[in-house]
Design a protein around this ligand. Structure first.
Ligand code: PNS
Length: 165
């Protein structure tokens, strides 16, 4: 990173990417020169994912294709290691409800301990996405709920194919 090129990492499992994720990524892209969306290969806290890393990356790439300063890649290391390898000065995350706060506070302390030079930046979720999470979308899809306004059409189609009972 140079002072002229401020790089941020936007990390997540993105299983799958929702309009809420996209809102945070696009707002981050307006603040930083470059945003690298880091898709966790094998998430530690969630066990197996519904979509493979390749599928999750494809959905994120398609969702962000109109944003010029975004790249998307997977990572299998500590988040701060990934950020450091990419020359990022910041990790950007979205905060939805109070329920996110406790987990993110803990992650913030852990990450800061490992890499005090990399700042974590939190963007408050836009009101219409404040209760949107991938697991909720998967639950809706499983039981035939309406998901078309929550995720991109290709993601909605894939969810319905894979989950609908
Ligand atoms: O809520 P998500 O999308 O599953 O969050 C994933 C991620 C990587 C943002 C979160 O687990 C985190 O902040 N982890 C920091 C600790 C770390 O580096 N873990 C290794 C990768 S899972």
């Amino acid at each position: 990173m140079t002072p002229d090129n401020r790089i941020a990492v936007c990390p997540g499992t993105f299983d799958p990417i929702t309009h809420g994720h996209l809102d945070v990524i696009s707002r981050a892209s307006a603040i930083f020169d470059e945003v690298i969306v880091g898709v966790v290969n094998l998430p530690w806290r969630k066990g197996s994912t519904l979509f493979t890393a390749e599928e999750r990356v494809k959905f994120v790439r398609n969702a962000t294709k109109d944003l010029p300063n975004i790249t998307v890649e997977t990572f299998s290391t500590l988040l701060v290691e990934f950020a450091r390898q990419r020359g990022a000065m910041a990790i950007v995350k979205g905060l939805r409800a109070i329920s996110d706060f406790e987990y993110e506070l803990e992650m913030n302390q852990l990450n800061r301990k490992q890499a005090p030079d990399i700042e974590s930046v939190y963007l408050m979720a836009s009101a219409k996405y404040s209760f949107l999470r991938s697991s909720g979308v998967k639950e809706l899809a499983t039981f035939g709920g309406e998901i078309d306004e929550l995720v991109a059409p290709e993601v909605a189609k894939a969810l319905k194919e894979r989950l609908s009972r």
